[in-house]
Design a protein around this ligand. Structure first.
Ligand code: SAM
Length: 232
């Protein structure tokens, strides 16, 4: 085999993505015991291993800090791993509202919030996110600065609508898992998660008050990506 082919194959393999993620996570990411425990506790939820990777969580935290956000809304709590990163990003005067369907996941998350020392700045609402967010809209809560959409992907279009109802100018709206091993490019897909993502992407493209981009990611979570949109 020619040397350049070997090099190419090595860097296209899942093992290499893991190795690179592990390297940068070890060098750059400050995950304390509470975050490690929260990440590992994902195995006792209904969706093991579905939390964001540590380096992606740190990226989300940077977005919150760079935008000066103080109020974050999250669709999909799981064990609260990303929620803790958000809660630390907004600081002691900030607030994170996170929406989770499964009571057993919410129980795991609550224990993780206590361990991380951020329980008092988090509101965890248990139930279908569509209903929870409708209540937030009807009770006219203060607008959120950042919305992270990471729950059931078929409902991404309605979660995006809700995010628009709950944000103002300058807010960030982030959608996770938009690449799905490349499945997103299949316009004829009958996968409701792909349809939900493509519909939301089109809504973002057509919305006069949104500017956006999408980034692909490879690493410990395989091949995926996120859309980051900003409200003008
Ligand atoms: N954001 C979490 C993190 O990175 O640590 C991961 C969230 S996980 C990908 C998706 C979560 O959404 C699961 O906990 C699942 O139970 C929750 N979920 C699924 N359908 C939902 C719904 N209709 N309403 C609220 N939460 C839902």
């Amino acid at each position: 085999m020619e040397p350049h082919v070997a090099v190419e194959n090595r860097y296209q393999s899942l093992d290499a993505w893991h190795e690179v993620d592990s390297y940068f996570t070890e060098v750059l990411i400050d995950e304390d015991e509470a975050l490690v425990a929260a990440r590992l506790s994902g195995s006792s939820t209904t969706m093991p291993n579905a939390e964001v990777a540590a380096n992606q969580a740190a990226f989300l935290q940077l977005l919150v800090k760079m935008s000066g956000a103080k109020r974050v809304l999250e669709f999909g709590t799981l064990a609260g791993y990303s929620t803790i990163w958000f809660a630390r990003a907004v600081g002691s005067g900030g607030f994170v509202c996170t929406l989770e369907l499964e009571p057993e996941n919410a129980d795991v998350a609550r224990r993780n919030f206590v361990r991380a020392g951020v329980l008092e700045r988090i509101e965890l609402i248990v139930g279908p996110a569509a209903a929870s967010v409708a209540d937030l809209v009807s009770s006219k809560v203060e607008p959120f600065d950042v919305v992270f959409i990471d729950a059931d992907k078929p409902r991404n279009p309605s979660y995006l609508e809700a995010a628009l109802a709950l944000t103002g100018s300058g807010a960030l709206i982030i959608l996770d898992n938009v690449v799905r091993n490349g499945a997103v490019v299949d316009a004829d897909s009958d996968d409701p998660r792909v349809i939900g993502t493509r519909t939301a992407a089109q809504m973002i493209a057509e919305h006069p008050e949104l500017e956006a981009t999408a980034l692909q990611t490879v690493g410990v979570k395989g091949w995926d990506g996120l859309i980051v949109a900003r409200r003008i």
